[in-house]
Design a binder for this molecule. Structure first.
Ligand code: FMN
Length: 339
């Protein structure tokens, strides 16, 4: 069905197409038509971070920032869904246009800037959905919060979402929030992780439930910084790492329409970079904590590449825009065939 819809959607501005698709999905679900959406997804359960995932292919953060469409997305057959990035206060994000398709490269550039309705609205959406599967909630900081006080924003979100999440992702790797990626530097990351880990301990006692914490990192990091991040993840006993977010590189798209728009590049051009980060992380971590691989998965072989590089699970976003929901079953089947 998606191959029929795609040409029409690609006639619209990317953000209009995005909103229309999410609304359509949720409406179909509300009308009880979710059976039409779901494809047959082979079972391939995995236990990761103490959670049992029905299959290893998840939705990456940023597609459903507010958790508006959890039921509709769940009907597509994902093994897990990550909503967010959410911030303590609602914020509009960057001025439009801020989302660009580069179909020749099967890529997207976005500078959305954490447009979202705030953490309280997200929680209301989670509470009103009937999704019983694995739900990740991805948290960030408001644009108006100075970077020196970023930890306060993460702590506010952590406390609020804790009871509602299967796992919580700390996003320090969006290129569209000023200075955010500085939080990946050694001293800043050490401070942030130690605060978040301490709070996780308190919240686990308070709620009688341990919710794993994952850290989401950028693909634009090199050898020594990857080693440093791996050391800190192990030191603070963080439960998982998501590699990677979008890239600032424009390699392979410089000469394409929109190729020089400001923002993060995702889709096929980020594939190799994120796989390289996963492979290097895996060398340092040696299985101490799981890696969730994201970046440029456009077909089953790309998903297998991430698993072979050391990922325990994968996530997709841009591939869905180009391939539609059948990409999910294709990736699950490809990964299942590797073992
Ligand atoms: C339009 C758009 C918005 C995104 N927003 C977020 C976000 O809010 N938080 C986040 O952690 N990642 C966000 N991402 C990054 C994706 O989750 C993913 O890490 C990245 O796009 C690489 O995967 P892909 O090549 O399959 O898209 C966004 C990506 C796109 C394309």
């Amino acid at each position: 069905m998606y191959s029929l819809l795609r040409p029409a959607l690609f006639q619209l501005s990317p953000e209009t197409a995005h909103n229309l698709t999410l609304t359509g999905l949720q409406t179909a679900c509300n009308l009880g038509l979710s059976g039409l959406l779901s494809s047959t997804i082979p079972d391939d359960p995995r236990t990761v971070m103490g959670l049992t995932f029905p299959n290893p292919v998840g939705l990456a953060a940023g597609l459903d920032k507010n958790g508006d469409c959890i039921n509709g997305l769940a009907a597509l057959g994902f093994g897990f869904i990550e909503i967010g990035t959410i911030t303590p206060l609602p914020q509009p994000g960057n001025p439009k246009p801020r989302l660009f398709r580069l179909p020749q490269a099967r890529a997207i550039i976005n500078r959305m800037g954490f447009n979202n309705e705030g953490v309280d609205a997200l929680i209301r959406n989670v509470q009103s959905s009937d999704y019983k599967g694995i739900l990740g909630i991805n948290i960030g900081k408001n644009a108006i919060t100075p970077i020196e006080q970023a930890a306060d924003d993460y702590l506010i979100c952590l406390r609020k979402v804790y009871a509602h999440a299967s796992y919580i992702t700390v996003n320090i790797s969006s290129p569209n929030t000023k200075n955010l990626r500085q939080l990946q530097d050694e001293a800043a990351l050490n401070d942030l992780l130690s605060l978040l880990k301490a709070e996780q301990g308190k919240l686990a006692d308070k709620h009688g439930k341990y919710v794993p914490l994952t850290l989401k990192i950028a693909p634009d990091i090199e050898g020594e910084q990857i080693a440093q991040i791996a050391r800190l993840l192990m030191l603070h006993q963080i439960d998982g790492v998501i590699a990677t977010n979008t890239t600032l590189s424009r390699e392979g798209v410089e000469n394409l329409p929109y190729g020089n728009e400001t923002g993060g590049l995702s889709g096929a051009p980020v594939r190799e970079k994120s796989t390289r980060v996963i492979r290097q992380l895996d060398n340092h971590l040696q299985g101490a904590l799981p890696i969730i691989g994201a970046g440029g998965i456009l077909n089953g072989a790309d998903a297998v590449e991430k698993i072979e590089a050391g990922a325990a699970l994968v996530q997709i976003y841009s591939g869905l825009i180009y391939r539609g929901p059948r990409l999910i079953s294709e990736c699950v089947a490809a990964i299942r065939n590797t073992h």
